[in-house]
Design a protein around this ligand. Structure first.
Ligand code: UD1
Ligand code: CA
Length: 458
């Protein structure tokens, strides 16, 4: 161990054109800072420090459940060196082997494996930089090397000479620094530079001048891992990259994606074997898909468990539900929280369910609302049936036994119970319980008036 991590997140992010602090903007359903904290937490460290400034309270409250995080306040953003300084008082520099890993809160896609390698290369006497060789170094700090190839300094674009601007190796900002030396160097930083800031990057020249310190660089190939977010275009770009990474993982796991560029995962997805996902599916929160599940086009699934061999047809939305083996949902069904569909159920087009348990083999094939209900096995809910669960003040429950048939366009006014084997005539308005094995007819009698003429237009 002997590692502390400092995440810099005090900047405002003016170019985001937003009132939300930059690091709270999201990628894949999690904030930029959330991604960085997630990766940092996977590394073995003694403490994670986060330096906040702009929007500090809002950012802290977003992570208030994570008690292990240590917050440092940088009231004025006087530079990256000044930012790291704000965390130093809570880092134990008396431990000789202690190192500090610096991360940025707006660089979300760095891989655990990359950081872990970088940390292993650093020691109490080695400063280790993560660098990138790029054709487009504009705006970034350049890595200056001497004739022997040794790193001697980092120079910021605004302070660079024309010759230095030609350097293609840039500072990603991510580095590991021996803690005790870092503390000494930070105290020597000045702000006599083009931006009048205390640059963290200036410690590199100090390390180069230190006889007891060596500098090493780990050059990364994947630009996306070190790409920061400064504006909405970069946010959108990294979102796509994040989604492509997720899609690749799914393909590798054997999931059939009809188009890997048209799937969005904002959370965690677990998949069984032979899962097929059509275009434009969106997954949010925690979703699990069992073996042989088929997801149609334009389906949204949030926080739900989908058992084996379920077919979700296009245009359906599923939220907070459990879908049993072999069930079929949609097209255009809306399954709301608290829905449990047992095995081999069928919920068809324009059917909405909420807080409803639907027994094995039961069906509602078209145009129905099923709310606050318990249905037994092999029930058939006819087209246009409405479960009236709300009396304008309170919600009530409808209980339906096994083998019940509810005719089309019926209204079931809760609280009401239909016992086993009952049959409700089409167009009925049911507001009292129906005993087992009986037919309920609750509608006005039809009259036929013979010889009736339509009114004529005046
Ligand atoms: C910095 C590096 C540059 C590197 C680039 C990579 C310095 C001096 N320069 O430049 O070499 O190529 O990152 O993107 O370090 N921050 C604070 N407090 C501050 C200033 C910044 O917390 O006072 C945070 C920002 O919120 C951001 C990070 O530090 O997360 C980097 O700041 P930014 O202004 O983007 O640094 P650059 O000038 O781009
Ligand atoms: Ca930046």
């Amino acid at each position: 161990m002997n590692l502390d991590i400092v995440i810099l997140a005090a900047g405002r992010g003016t170019r985001m054109n937003s009132n939300i602090p930059k690091v709270l903007h999201q990628i894949g359903g999690d904030s930029l800072l959330g991604h960085v904290i997630g990766t940092a937490s996977a590394l073995e460290s003694e403490q994670i420090h986060i330096v906040v400034g702009y929007g500090a309270e809002q950012i802290k409250s977003e992570f208030s459940s994570q008690n292990e995080l240590r917050w440092a306040l940088q009231e004025q953003q006087l530079g990256t060196g000044h930012a790291v300084m704000q965390a130093m008082s809570s880092i134990d520099i008396t431990k000789p082997e202690k190192r500090v890993l610096v991360l940025y809160g707006d660089v979300p896609l760095t891989k655990f494996s990359t950081l872990s390698k970088l940390v292993q290369q650093a020691s109490a006497s080695t400063l280790c930089l993560l660098t990138l060789v790029t054709e487009n170094p504009t705006g970034l700090g350049r890595i200056v090397r001497n004739n022997a190839g040794e790193i001697t300094a980092i120079v910021e674009e605004k302070d660079a000479s024309e010759a230095q601007k030609q350097i293609k190796e840039i500072n990603t900002g991510i580095m590991v620094i021996p803690a005790k030396k870092l503390n000494t160097w930070l105290n020597c930083l000045g702000n006599n530079n083009a931006q009048g800031e205390y640059y963290l990057t200036d410690v590199v020249a100090m390390a180069a001048a230190d006889d007891y310190c060596t500098i090493s660089a780990m050059v990364i190939d994947d630009e996306n891992e070190v790409q920061g977010v400064n504006d909405k275009a970069q946010l959108a770009g990294l979102e796509r990259q994040f989604q492509m990474n997720k899609a690749e993982q799914l393909l590798k796991a054997g999931v059939l994606l009809r188009d890997p560029s048209r799937i969005d995962i904002r959370g965690e997805i677990e998949t069984g074997s032979d899962v097929e996902i059509d275009i434009n599916a969106l997954f949010q929160g925690r979703v699990s898909l069992g073996n042989g599940v088929k997801i149609g086009a334009n389906v949204v699934i949030k926080d739900s468990k989908i058992a084996a061999n379920v077919n979700i047809l296009h245009g359906s939305t599923i939220d907070g539900a459990e879908i049993g083996e072999g069930a079929s949902v949609g097209p255009y069904a809306r399954i709301r929280p608290g829905t449990i569909l047992k095995e081999n159920t069928k919920i068809g087009n324009f059917v909405e369910t909420k807080n409803a348990i639907i027994g094995k083999g039961s069906k509602a094939s078209h145009l129905a609302y099923i709310g606050d209900a318990e249905l037994g096995e092999n029930v058939n809910i006819g087209a246009g049936t409405i479960f009236c669960n709300y009396d304008g003040v309170n919600k009530h429950k409808t209980i339906i036994g096994d083998n019940v048939f509810v005719g089309s366009n019926s209204v079931l006014v809760a609280p009401v119970t239909l016992a086993d084997n009952t049959f409700v005539a089409a167009g009925s308005s049911i507001n009292s319980d129906v005993p087992a094995d009986s037919l309920a007819v609750a509608r006005a009698k039809q009259r036929n008036i013979s010889g009736w003429k339509r009114p004529t237009k005046k």
